[in-house]
Design a protein around this ligand. Structure first.
Ligand code: BTN
Length: 249
């Protein structure tokens, strides 16, 4: 389905089955066959990848599994987290529009609804000397799947109580993603950051986290320019990169 966009999803490749849409996107880039916004959609991944080297499991034909190729050459490497914010907000815009008003983003970019994971984002960048050359934005969103191995996962259908048309959702997602990406490209970083904090899971609340194998209590106070999570622990402010901290849900 053709989205109403300038470039996002104007080139679309549908693969009934593939290992991973992110890997397919990388291969297209290697062959120089992708224009900005090119989107690879699949019904079934045999080696879907998640963050931290995890795999991404999704029941074939029921969910969104896609990757978008972007060329954010305007974005210095040290600000690459800004792209994570823009993409997270684009996916959240879709969830909010579908009626999941309470959907949030768990730092850095997991989509959450009522303490359960609705989807995730895997962004893989190639870097030029100081800016991003290409970004492969992989999005996995649980749509019509009703049964999960993991009881911390959920789907739009479970949360809303009805099935949704995956193709219609993908079309709309591409439109909303383009809107956010254009905000980023036109320098509206303060707006994106403000909105990201508005929808940040457990923002400014006391919760437990795992740090260096210890359970600590703290409060998220924000996100640094480089994407590290700012946490107040025992009245001191500490910054954590993705590998250094885990949420206790
Ligand atoms: C995570 O939460 O760990 C990120 C999950 C990202 C999954 C998507 S599905 C489409 C794209 N292709 C992949 O292999 N992974 C991403």
């Amino acid at each position: 389905m053709m989205p109403d966009t300038l470039f996002m999803g104007q080139q679309q490749i549908f693969l009934p089955v593939c290992e991973s849409t992110n890997s397919e996107a990388q291969q297209l880039l290697n062959k120089n066959e992708a224009t900005e916004g090119c989107t690879i959609v699949t019904a079934k991944q045999t080696r879907g990848r998640g963050q931290r080297g995890n795999s991404w499991e999704a029941e074939p034909g029921k969910n969104i599994t896609l990757s978008v190729i972007l060329s954010p050459s305007f974005l210095p490497v040290r600000y690459q987290f800004h792209l994570n914010m823009a993409v997270s907000l684009g996916v959240l815009d879709l969830l909010h529009e579908q009626g999941l008003k309470q959907a949030q983003v768990k730092w850095p970019n997991d989509l959450y609804f009522e303490d359960k994971k609705l989807g995730g984002i895997l962004i893989e960048n190639t870097i030029n000397s100081y800016s991003l050359q290409h970004s492969i934005v992989g999005i996995g969103l649980n749509v019509n799947q009703l049964v999960f191995k993991n009881n911390t996962a959920t789907s739009l259908a479970l949360a809303l109580g009805h099935n949704l048309d995956v193709d219609v959702l993908i079309k709309r997602l591409l439109e909303l993603l383009e809107k956010r990406y254009l905000e980023l490209r036109s320098g509206k970083v303060a707006k994106l950051k403000y909105e990201y904090l508005q929808v940040l899971f457990r923002y400014q609340e006391q919760h437990f986290f795992m740090v260096d194998g210890h359970k600590v209590q703290g409060q998220i106070l924000g996100v640094a320019e480089d994407g590290r999570l700012a946490l107040e622990i025992n009245k001191g402010l500490r910054y954590f990169s993705f590998k250094e901290i885990a949420y206790i849900i």
